[in-house]
Design a protein. Structure first.
Lengths: 257, 257
């Protein structure tokens, strides 16, 4: 199983603290050593860093840890290969353009024969079940709407398509679209929303502590989503099986009805 | 005017030497300080690094200089904004998926009202003339061929479409597709192909020398394409106006008829 991490905020925030713990799961505190990637939404575009080296020892990961990129929406993934060889084309997050926007997708789980796209609009570059599922999802979205929908309009359809995909296996995923972050759980996903009064947090994967009250303002709101809680002294909320949540500005905006 | 650089090789080669000179043109030896980007084709996928900071001082550029990524096909671009603000979405190279392959595009020049896509298949994310031209090109390619063509089949059509686009202004571009690099010149583009016997090269933009015979084997072939020659003691060949060339394995495979 891979490891997912997402961050969604109301002001551009760096992910240095969370990433410090998360990247260790790729070969150090976890066995997920088949590549990793991270995508940052910055104002009007996504910047994606990929590496097919283990994140615990990756030079690209070292760069990301040392160079605090500020972003309002982040998706990171550490891969434990199930389908598809270890290569750049099979490294998450995946990206595609639709309606002049980039859509970013990372998946944890294993899908057996997920549905394939009917048309030629979105085709996998690599050979993973994850990218095939992403292409199918985008194909559904592009066929359902003639122009870019709102998050409110998209949500119930996305929930239904996620259910269809989940019939093929395990489907924990993060889907980023501008400042919006969708998170779907089959088996394992947790989230936390941080806002004032901020407290001191301690990483699960490293003996590192941060006092968020020293690095935030009273209005900051940050949501963090992860396969397993990244800190061991805060209250994380587990997703339920089949649950889809949407985050905007560090806040939960849509939940399952 | 922006600065373009491409490299095409028969074995994975790092671009450290050429990039050492090239990146200085973004704010140091050149005035092109509105962001930069570089794309590496590695086995089965492209890895793209973008930054909207000047390349001469960019932390991402420092990383690329210090971490020698080996690739058989590279496209780099330093931006001097003409249309579209300085932002990530307007930073070259641009990328899109077509037939399960990624296509990478970087442009030097200024196009006044380039043609727009008729359909919705490829839409610009940013507001540059360059990305609009790239989307139009891919739209033409996707309409001309029902499945992925060969470079031989694509070449004459690409030449014709480049001519149509060039009617809107200046169109120097690099287009990458797997291990193939297309290069089109309106006004300014040079190339060099290096092979045994390798010699000593000296950068134009920095007092740096490399003896290629020490870092290559007898069978290596490397083509480098740039807006202006990157070295001052080698024989670079200028493109002619309207000329399109295609490189594969460090060798010129198609020229204008």
């Amino acid at each position: 199983m891979c490891q997912l991490m997402g961050m969604n905020c109301n002001v551009p925030t760096d992910i240095v603290f969370s990433f410090e713990g998360f990247h260790r799961r790729g070969g150090l505190t976890g066995e997920h050593a088949d590549g990793w990637g991270i995508a940052f939404f910055e104002e009007d575009g996504w910047r994606v860093f990929l590496d097919n080296q283990p994140s615990a020892t990756s030079q690209v990961a070292r760069f990301v840890r040392e160079y605090p990129i500020k972003s309002r929406n982040v998706i990171a993934h550490i891969r434990k290969a199930t389908q598809g060889k270890v290569s750049l084309a099979n490294t998450h997050p995946f990206r595609r353009e639709l309606w002049g926007k980039e859509w970013i997708f990372a998946h944890n789980g294993n899908l057996i024969n997920p549905p394939v796209c009917r048309g030629l609009r979105f085709q996998p570059i690599g050979s993973s079940d994850s990218e095939q599922a992403f292409c199918w999802l985008l194909d559904q979205i592009s066929r359902q709407f003639s122009a870019e929908p709102s998050a409110e309009e998209l949500f119930p359809h996305l929930k239904q398509w996620a259910g269809q995909l989940a019939a093929s296996g395990t489907l924990n995923f993060l889907l980023g679209w501008n400042n919006i972050l969708f998170a779907h759980c089959s088996t394992q996903l947790w989230y936390i929303t941080r806002q004032a009064p901020f407290t001191v947090a301690h990483l699960s994967d490293a003996d590192l502590t941060v006092d968020f009250s020293e690095v935030t303002t009273l209005n900051d709101r940050v949501a963090v989503i992860a396969t397993q809680p990244l800190t061991d002294n805060e209250m994380w909320t587990p997703f339920g099986p089949g649950e889809l949540l949407a985050f905007l500005n560090g806040t939960l905006i849509r939940v399952n009805e």
